[in-house]
Each structure stands twice: as C-alpha cells, then as structure tokens.
Design a protein around this ligand. Sequence first.
Ligand code: CA2
Length: 147
Amino acid sequence: MKALVINGPNLNMLGQREPDIYGRRTYDDLVEICHEAGARVGFDEVVVFQSNHEGDIVDAIQNAWGTFDGIVINPAAYTHTSVAILDALKAVGLPAIEVHISAVEQREEFRQVSYARMACLATITGEGLDGYAHALDVLAKHLKDAK
Ligand code: CA2
C-alpha cells in the first residue's frame, strides 16, 4: 500500500509564522509524522509533497493514479477556492482524506467552504499535525476494508 500526502500553499512555513494557529512544529516535523504514522498503520511507502502552485497540485493528483492507493490532502487556501483540485480528485477516483491543521469550522466564514471535501471520504480538522497521522489511519482502514 502506498499513500501520497499533498500539502498546499504556505504549509512549508509551518513553525516559522502564526504559531498560535498552526503550532510550533515545522514542515520537516510534518513529513516525519507522516512517515512514522504511515509505517505504523501499514503503508509500505508514504510520499509527502508540498507546492505553492495550484497546477502542480493538480499534476501531483493526476500522477498519483496508477502509483498510489490513496491520498491525504491539505489543500490549504486552495481548499476554499479550487474547483481544479476537486475535479482532479474526482478524475483519478482514488480514496482521499482531507486534513486541516486548524479547526477551520471555528474560523472565518470563507473557510467554511471546501471544494476538495466533495471528493473526500472523510475530513479531519483541528488536531494539529497529528491530524495527518489520523488521516493516514483512516485511509489505511478504508483500503484494508475495500480489499
Ligand atoms: O488549517 C489548515 O490546515 C489550513 O488548511 C491551513 C491554510 C488555511 O488557508 C486553511 O484555511 C486551513 C493555511 C496554511 C498556511 O500555513 C502557514 C503555516 C505557518 C505560517 C503561515 C502559514
């Protein structure tokens, strides 16, 4: 089993700005959490990808088809704007879990819309970086049940 973890714009800044919202842990910590949790829940490989560019995220989703069994995605700000990312997730049809570090449901009105969510099996919010471990667990359980 292989999982692709996709992170959208500015998540490479983790730990450097806005620690009150996103915590003090860094993007490298996020990558480590994904690798550790992935191995623990039964993935043979977890690849963690980040881009600040919408088209690159669309490309990563398209390229996942045939290579990965499922996707964990935090589209960051593109969550609230990107029909292109929604369409890519729908096009590849891979099981996908949406994750947000913050409790988006308790934040501004514009963060209440998620296009990506419409193509995701589950959404995890407000658990900090541990939400990625949770998302990989949910994805692994889904893939095992689907066998
Ligand atoms: O809570 C999340 O994970 C978000 O996806 C993070 C996005 C935000 O636009 C979403 O509404 C919720 C923002 C990511 C920006 O990350 C930063 C990290 C550190 C410092 C500055 C920005």
